[in-house]
Structure formats: C-alpha cells, structure tokens
Design a protein around this ligand. Structure first.
Ligand SMILES: [Zn+2]
Length: 275
C-alpha cells in the first residue's frame, strides 16, 4: 500500500498526498455502471478473476490513493475538462458542423475533431495508459506497459504539466510532444448501454484499454503501425485528432465479446502459472 509520504509517481518530487485518484477519467468510465438512482453495476476485467469467480462488478470506476500529488492530479483534471465535451458530445458536434464525419466503409466512419487541441487529446490518452500502467489496483495491477513506453509517457506528461488552461495552451504552442501513435474507437449506438466493460488486459504493442464506450490503442513507434488494420485511422502526426466510429456489431465483437474472451484466456494462463 502506498502512503501519503511516498513520492508522486508523475513528478517524483512532491508527496503523493492525493487520495481517490481515478485511474481512468470519471467522465468516460462510469456510463457502463448504468443510470444514477438504479443499482449500479459494471464489469471490470483484468484476466485474473474471470475463471475463478464471477466477473467483478463495480460501483465506481477504479480509484487509488497516494499515486499523485495534488498538483499532478489538478493537471490531469485540466486535461480531462478540456477533452470531456468531445467524448460526450461528438455526435451533437457532428450535427452542428463542428466535427467532420467521413464514411470509410458501411461499418466504419472517421470523426475528425477540432477540439481539444490535438496535443491536449494526445496527453489525455497518454495519461490514461500511464495511469493504468502504474496503478496497483486490482483491475490494473497486472497491466504493465513496456517500461520504455511507460517512461516516455511520463516524461511527455511532465513536460506539458500545467496548472491552468492558459499554461497548457502556452506549452502546447511552444513544445513538441514525442509521438506514440494512438487510435481511439467508439460506436454510434450500443446493443446494451450498460454491457460495456472497463478492461486492461492487453499491454502489448499496441496496448489497448477498454473504457466503457471508448477503446484506445497505443503503439510504441510509427513503424509498429504499419500493417495494422487501424493504420490509416491512427493518430500518428502531431496534428491528427480523429476517432474511429464502428458499427454496433463490430463494437460488440471487438470491444465487448473479445475482451471477455481475452480475459478468460488470460485467466486460464494465470491459473496454469500462478505468480
Ligand atoms: Zn506530482
């Protein structure tokens, strides 16, 4: 268990005084729990519990004490505040002509965002992967990114650390972020709004995170994207800021059924080779 006197895992300077830090931003990770006022349940998959017990249900998205200092937590809140409307209201923003939607295939569209600033969106995605990798909560403790990638994400996050939106804008204008290509995925509709999952199972290259109605993939480097089915839809360049929107059926196979299968496979392996 981490203590308040431990060093903040992001800045490694201040004491990690913050309690209840969400590993995944709350705005994006609690829809699967169902509406407020009715019994809330969601499934957390970590490739460990899935065979030996029922899938773990949760009342809230995972939180952890003493991983961050107050400042670094406030910085992540700024990234979240800047990005939340684009995740929550992308469909309304397309309707309003703010975001552009391009049809690629009958089952695949691409939404080009014009907010937040692409580097701010990239920092938010980096922060989710970094938080999942450093977290030792039950959901994330076996999820560990390649150490080089994890450290690069930390350095980039730290390089742009800001305590106000104005400071963040200034950093974004003045600095270059190191590019690890990432892809984001969602669907326009879901078979069952509460049947989505939070899953951190695959920390390979690309690593993936399943966060309720959004899926995220991160590659270590440009060369790793080549040949991947998402290659053309990945955010490779600094200015890229797009989200893949797949059909309800593809979403279900890739983002709900597949993580359940992967979690079961991982649980089988863990059962055969207990650590
Ligand atoms: Zn800190």
């Amino acid at each position: 268990m981490r203590k308040a006197a431990d060093e903040c895992l992001l800045c490694r300077i201040n004491a990690a005084t913050k309690t209840n830090s969400h590993i995944l931003p709350r705005f994006i990770s609690t829809g699967f729990l169902g509406a407020k006022g009715v019994p809330r349940k969601g499934y957390l998959l970590n490739g460990k519990n899935e065979l030996t017990s029922k899938p773990k249900t949760a009342q809230d998205s995972p939180k952890e004490d003493h991983i961050l200092c107050d400042e670094c937590e406030a910085y992540f809140s700024i990234l979240e505040t800047a990005s939340a409307p684009s995740f929550k209201f992308w469909q309304a923003k397309i309707a309003a002509g703010e975001f552009k939607e391009i049809t690629i295939k009958p089952f695949l569209k691409l939404v080009q965002l014009n907010s937040p600033e692409p580097t701010v969106m990239r920092l938010l995605v980096y922060s989710m992967f970094w938080r999942a990798s450093i977290s030792s909560t039950e959901t994330f403790n076996s999820y560990k990114l390649d150490p080089e990638l994890e450290e690069s994400l930390r350095n980039n996050l730290l390089e742009f650390k800001a305590l106000t939106m104005g400071d963040l804008d200034a950093h974004v204008k003045a600095k270059e972020i190191i590019l690890h290509p990432y892809a984001s995925m969602t669907s326009g509709s879901f078979k069952d709004e509460t049947a989505n999952v939070l899953a951190a199972i695959n920390a390979e290259n690309p690593a993936s995170l399943h966060v309720d109605k959004f899926g995220f993939y991160i590659f270590k480097a440009d060369k790793d994207v080549a040949g991947n089915f998402m290659a053309d839809f990945t955010n490779v360049k600094t200015s890229d800021n797009q989200i893949m929107v797949v059909s309800e059926q593809i979403w279900y196979s890739v983002m709900v059924k597949r993580p359940l299968e992967m979690a079961a496979e991982q649980a089988k392996k863990n059962l055969a080779n207990p650590k």
